[in-house]
Design a protein. Structure first.
Length: 148
């Protein structure tokens, strides 16, 4: 078995970028097969499942790439996994509590825990204006609140 010497006539490009290597278990295609094997190999994007737009893909690659929260205009610039921990009076911990405010027509989700300390709304806004740190910019307050 050998891989085709040229790309098929209906090849329209890669979904993202061409892989640098084929999977370790790739052994080529049989000349009798109408399309490349799906299991552990490659497939045409226009095959019935899973659908993708143009090009080739790994058979185990998701057909639809995950999207961000609804209405997200700009992703946040804070690493939520590295936030300081705030110990609450009831014994629980919080790493983030957020609220949104409208700045220049965008609903900006801001942290109200800054450097491990709960801050007032005014302090959260001032921190944003000083640092530019936010948890995302959204098209509506409803979408910002849903993401909070």
């Amino acid at each position: 078995m050998a891989a085709p010497a040229t790309l098929p006539a209906n090849f329209s490009g890669w979904d993202d970028a061409p892989p640098k290597t084929l999977p370790a278990d790739f052994s080529g295609w049989d000349a009798d097969e109408p399309t490349p094997p799906v299991s552990g190999g490659w497939k045409f994007a226009d095959e019935p499942t899973p659908p993708v737009s143009g090009g080739w893909k790994f058979a185990d690659e998701p057909a639809v790439k995950p999207q961000g929260p609804r209405g997200l205009l700009t992703p946040g610039n804070l690493d939520l996994a590295a936030r300081p921990v705030l110990r609450n009076s009831d014994g629980s911990v919080s790493t983030e509590v957020s609220k949104s405010w409208n700045f220049d027509g965008k609903e900006v989700l801001l942290p109200t825990i800054v450097n491990g300390k709960r801050v007032s709304d005014d302090e959260a806004i001032q921190h944003y204006r000083t640092t530019g740190e936010h948890l995302g910019m959204f098209d509506t307050p409803e979408n910002a609140n849903a993401a909070a």
